[in-house]
Ligand binder design. Structure first.
Ligand SMILES: [Cu+2]
Length: 119
């Protein structure tokens, strides 16, 4: 009887280890998958942001890339984020950790405007 109990205890311990490994693997997969699916890119070209409005989930990173041959900036209307002057092919990224609507503009050409909606 004692041998039988020990065998069952051993089996239970092995199952526990297997379950913990599975949990660890699935947790790391979720963490790696989330950002790539959520991120968005905005192109700056011909004095405009495209798309003008992007909608992303909380935690997403939006990357602006200047495809124009003139320098531009990406500046939040509410002071949430502010890029340096971005020359041709330079990028600016910001990660949105709170839901809301974020209006922005180019401080060099204030008529250039866009919006990030975080849900
Ligand atoms: Cu500009």
């Amino acid at each position: 009887m004692t041998n039988n109990n020990m065998w069952i205890e051993g089996l239970a311990a092995q199952l526990m280890i297997a379950m913990l490994l599975l949990l660890a693997v699935s947790a790391s997969l979720t963490a790696n998958d989330r950002p790539s699916a959520a991120n968005a890119e905005v192109k700056i070209d011909n004095f405009s942001f495209g798309p003008e409005t992007v909608t992303v989930p909380v935690g997403a990173t939006v990357t602006w890339i200047n495809r124009d041959d003139i320098p531009h900036t990406v500046v939040s209307t509410d002071g949430v984020f502010k890029s340096k002057v971005r020359d041709t092919d330079e990028k600016f990224s910001y990660t949105f950790t709170k839901a809301g609507t974020y209006s922005y503009f180019c401080s060099v050409h204030p008529k250039m405007t866009g919006k990030v909606v975080v849900k």
